[in-house]
Design a protein around this ligand. Structure first.
Ligand SMILES: *Cc1c(COP(=O)(O)O)cnc(C)c1O
Length: 342
């Protein structure tokens, strides 16, 4: 239940600190622009972009921006760009064909032993490179307990599924109270051995990793958590502290980065990122080739670029620092690991 709902029902619930911070997200071009007086943005062109793909940035993440221009890796991940409306023919609203693999609304079952639950379309930050831009803000994408219960029923009736991956959107936008219901319901399914949470909270709203959520993660374990750091500049003291809290609660933290043109598509940036991750004990998991999603074409690099970078990383860095380079095959063909030997 979100605080607004609680108020409507007459429950007087004090919002948690992270809920207040998330509520102060910058939700328009204007509010983002106010942080950077003197910018010469083309408000008309950007207004069209924001009308199609809305703006949302936490004050914390906005504070990491050094220069309000596309050359800044933080700015480029969260500020709209006219390039989002340029669509060459190879881009698709649903490049992984997730819609084809849904036995229940929002539940993607593509691999026999694990299911992906798109619990909510809500996020703390709308990342401009988002693979699921198609579901931003649509009403059917909102968290709905009835939808979750249908997902739970499918999981309970499908014993081949050993792992449930909570994704979205960002599942940690749910209140701790609702998360308790979700995790408790999944834990009651005996063949579900592992729960995995995909969230960008450590990178974009570290305050979300509060004592309430840590207690839930501990209580309903084994829970694994994968996050998404794409640049060393995101590895701040706050982010490192959030990761440390997770690790102390017994939650292993992995990273699923995305290779993004103009942000991290060179060896030095990736080397610094992966060394930074190992320093805060985040295990690099995947480095993804950027999927051909509509509105994201300007972030795509060649597959060879990713292969070359990961090959160079594996020549020079500790094995702990090496991600697996992976991409999705078209039409829902699934993930393939693309690293070159040696
Ligand atoms: C990526 C993905 C998973 C998880 O794959 P891993 O290789 O285990 O990380 C599960 N289901 C779907 C539909 C996916 O796209």
């Amino acid at each position: 239940m979100n605080p607004a709902e609680a108020r409507r029902l007459g429950l007087r619930e004090t919002p948690a600190a992270w809920e207040i911070e998330a509520g102060q997200g910058l939700r328009s071009l204007q509010s983002l622009g106010l942080r950077f007086p003197g910018t010469t943005w083309d408000l008309k062109a950007l207004g069209q972009v924001a009308a199609r793909y809305p703006v949302l940035v936490t004050p914390y993440y906005a504070s990491l921006i050094e220069r309000p221009e596309p050359g800044d890796p933080i700015f480029r991940q969260c500020a709209p760009s006219p390039e989002e409306l340029v669509n060459s023919g190879d881009l698709s609203p649903d490049p992984l064909a997730e819609g084809k693999f849904m036995p229940a609304p929002g539940l993607v079952h593509r691999y026999p032993d694990r299911c992906l639950l798109l619990l909510t379309n809500a996020c703390f930050v709308y990342c401009r490179h988002c693979l699921r831009k198609r579901i931003w803000g649509i009403s059917q994408g909102r968290y709905d307990r009835r939808h979750f219960l249908r997902m739970r029923d499918y999981l309970a009736a499908t014993p081949s599924v050993r792992e449930a991956i909570l994704s979205g959107g960002d599942p940690l936008t749910l209140s701790n109270r609702e998360l308790e219901f979700v995790l408790g319901s999944l834990r009651a399914i005996s063949h579900l051995e592992v729960i995995r949470i995909h969230t960008r909270a450590p990178a974009v709203l570290p305050a979300r990793i509060d004592s309430g959520v840590l207690a839930l993660l501990d209580r309903f374990g084994p829970i694994w958590l994968n996050t998404q750091f794409n640049h060393l500049r995101e590895i701040t003291e706050e982010a490192a502290a959030a990761v440390d809290r997770l690790l102390r609660a017994g939650v292993p933290v992995g990273n699923q980065g995305v290779l993004l043109k103009g942000i991290n598509d060179d060896l030095e940036t990736q080397r610094a990122l992966h060394l930074g991750l190992v320093r805060i004990k985040v295990r690099p998991y995947y480095l993804f080739h950027c999927d051909p999603a509509e509105g994201v074409g300007h972030f795509r690099t060649s597959v060879e670029c990713g292969q070359r970078i990961v090959q160079e990383l594996s020549r020079s860095l500790s094995g702990l620092a090496i991600p697996t380079f992976a991409m999705e095959l078209p039409e829902g063909g699934g993930k393939v690991r693309m690293s070159l030997p040696g």
